[in-house]
Every structure is written in C-alpha cells, then in structure tokens.
Design a binder for this molecule. Structure first.
Ligand code: MLT
Length: 236
C-alpha cells in the first residue's frame, strides 16, 4: 500500500483519485472543527466552497441548519458560528446540519471529492483516521489543505502524525512517498521539541489573533475515535 502526501490543495485529474482513500487535513482549524461537529452530534456537515453557496444551501435545507465558517480566521458576518473547534459544542450542533465554509479547508475537501473514499483527519483523530484508511485497503493520499495556495507547516506536521499512525497500525510495510517521509520527520522533530511551529505563518497568525486555545486543542493527539466521512457532498 502506497502513502502519498499533497503539500497543499492542488488540482488533480479526478480519475487519478478513483481508487484512492484521501485523508483531508486542515489541522488549523477546519478539519479539527468538522471532527468536533460530528463527535458532538451534528447530523451532517455540508462543506461549501464559498459563503454565498453556504447561505443558499442553508435556505434550501431549512430549519435545523447552522451556518458556520470563517474568513481571515473570524466568523463570517451573519453566520451563527465561526471556525473554533470549541464552537462546535453539543449545545450548538447536536441534531443539526452544519453548513460550513472556510478559506482553505472546505475548498480542499471539494478538490478531492472524486476519490473513492474521503476521510476527515486531524491530530485529534490521527490514529482512528489512520486505522480507518488502512481498513479500506486502497492506496492512501494525505491531502493537506495548506494556506492560500501554499504549504502550511501545521498541516505538514499533522500529516506526519497520521503517517506515523499508519506505519504503527499497518499489517505490512507501507511504501511512503518522499513528502510523506518528510512530514514524518517534521512530526518526530515536533514531538521531540526540536521543531517550533509557533514561528510558522498560520500558526503564528492564529496565536496573534487570540486563538491560542484553539491552536493548543488542534494539536492534541488522539482525543477521539470519530472519523468523519465525506460522500456525495455531505460529511457524516
Ligand atoms: C481554513 O480553512 O482556511 C482554516 O481553517 C482557517 C482558520 O484557521 O480559521
């Protein structure tokens, strides 16, 4: 089984994903928030490319719908929730459909929609998402969302954490791409206190904007076994 990593959202020919399991990672913060929403009882999360489409989807779905998302890290005007994982609490999302639009994360999910399986990953479910991906038996792609079309160190580290869990749980040796190995090395350095993410762009931005608690939470490992799955436009 081969494990490849995309450094950031890239346009790929849809047929190249046909037999792949893709794990989408936007650890700060979109995929972490989605995991929290499903864990805390949301009926579904509908990832939307932009805010206008999110509003249209939510009016189509009618009552029991919550609009969520961010631009520049902050809640979109008129939306009920932003993109802090703490906002996706049972009180806010249980039994509801969350229509969600973020700058990079929800775009990254749409970019891999033609894959055979699309799983939502983060640090908080890294072992569970790795086990689920292995159980599906296909080659695996860890698709980092990145930030604004560029690589983002936080996603690379989280991809390494997932790659580490894949290796630990695989029943046979995995064939890892060079980028997957690089991610694993960054993760090992981060775990050993040798790699400081706080100077990297998106991590530093969120801290500066007052989201330190979110950042801390998003980098906690294995808090949950919940693995949201994206299928036919919906995450459950
Ligand atoms: C995104 O999708 O770009 C991020 O989740 C941004 C954020 O941290 O709010």
């Amino acid at each position: 089984m081969r494990v490849e990593t995309f450094s950031h959202t890239v346009k790929v020919a849809s047929n190249s994903l046909a037999n792949k399991t893709v794990i989408v990672v936007d650890v700060l913060r979109a995929t972490t928030s989605i995991i929290c929403a499903i864990k805390n009882g949301a009926n579904q999360v509908v990832p939307s490319i932009d805010a206008g489409t999110a509003v249209a989807i939510s009016s189509r779905l009618g009552g029991g719908c919550v609009l969520a998302g961010e631009r520049g890290g902050f809640k979109i005007n008129g939306f009920a929730l932003g993109n802090s994982p703490f906002e996706f609490s049972p009180e806010n999302v249980a039994g509801k459909s969350v229509v969600f639009s973020t700058t990079n994360g929800t775009v990254a999910i749409h970019a891999v929609q033609d894959a055979k399986n699309v799983l939502i990953g983060g640090m908080i479910n890294r072992t569970a998402v790795a086990k689920k991906a292995l159980s599906l038996g296909e080659d695996i792609i860890i698709a980092c969302a990145g930030t604004d079309g560029l690589v983002s160190a936080d996603d690379i580290c989280a991809a390494g954490a997932i790659a580490d869990a894949l290796v630990r749980n695989a029943s046979a040796p995995l064939e890892m791409s060079d980028l997957t190995l690089i991610c694993s090395m960054i993760y090992a350095d981060w775990l050993g206190g040798r790699a400081d993410l706080s100077m990297t762009k998106h991590y530093a931005y969120l801290q500066k904007m007052g989201f330190e608690k979110d950042v801390e939470f998003c980098f906690k490992q294995d808090l949950t076994d919940v693995v949201p799955v994206y299928e036919n436009g919906i995450i459950k």
